[in-house]
Design a protein around this ligand. Structure first.
Ligand code: C5P
Length: 227
């Protein structure tokens, strides 16, 4: 792969999860939505939103198959094998971003993220925020679990966190070096653990994560409506 310079925006698209919760044999990211694999849609969104390179982190046994999902991008996309946890997959991706100044981390499981969200995150990092996350308000009432009972909480004090999350590359590297054996659900939380302020930008409901079978149905309807 050509080397990456400080002006590059490298996107790590994590796609190494299984499809267990969707009840499929196929890795989740390989499932097609309106005829296009989820991971291909995610990569397209990264480029349309301003990424200059994409590193796709795939399940180990699926790397060659995944390489066939990106016939038009040539060396701008590389596919590498992932790790056990999401954070392992991101760390492996970080080894391939060269000198890129900005890094995005995006879930392949959010294939319909609008490119303007990708652009918004990149611009915020470019403007000087070292860690940027897209967020949306919570629509449901929320309750906190307390042993055998639950208590209502004020939902207006909570936000739902989406991806892509954007970082100064050195900041994310440092955050990953500090992880140890602690498990994190996202990269911004790791940055916070080393006292990096996390800045929010408005996300979008189309950046929803495909987790349950019903999410696939919804994504299919949306994608067909757009094509
Ligand atoms: O499991 P979950 O939906 O939270 O995974 C979020 C994203 O992280 C998915 O796109 C999944 O493919 C990716 N992942 C990964 N490596 C793992 C586990 C999850 O790349 N070991």
């Amino acid at each position: 792969m050509n080397s990456l310079g400080p002006e590059d925006v490298a996107a790590i698209v994590v796609a190494a999860g299984s499809g267990v919760r969707l009840g499929r044999e196929l890795p989740k990211a390989a499932i097609e939505i309106a005829g296009v694999p989820m991971v291909t849609r995610a990569v397209q969104a990264m480029f349309s939103g301003g990424a200059t390179r994409v590193i796709v982190v795939a399940p180990e046994a699926w790397v060659e198959r995944f390489e066939q999902f990106f016939p038009t991008y040539g060396e701008r996309v590389s596919v590498i094998p992932g790790g056990l946890l999401r954070q392992d997959s991101v760390r492996l991706g970080l080894e391939h971003i060269g000198e890129a100044g900005i890094v995005l981390v995006h879930d392949a499981a959010r294939p319909l993220v609008p490119p303007f969200i990708v652009d918004r995150v990149i611009e915020a990092v470019r403007d000087g925020d070292p860690a940027v996350i897209p967020v949306v308000a919570e629509a449901d009432s929320l309750r906190r679990i307390r042993r055998s009972w639950t208590v209502a909480v004020d939902r207006s004090t909570f936000l739902r966190v989406q991806t892509p999350q954007g970082f100064e590359a050195d900041t994310l590297r440092k955050a990953h070096e500090n992880v140890g054996d602690k498990e994190y659900t996202d990269d911004a939380t790791m940055c916070e653990a080393i006292d990096i302020p996390v800045v929010t930008v408005p996300g979008d409901s189309l950046a929803f994560k495909i987790t349950e079978p019903m999410d696939l149905v919804l994504a299919e309807v949306i994608a067909r409506g757009e094509s």
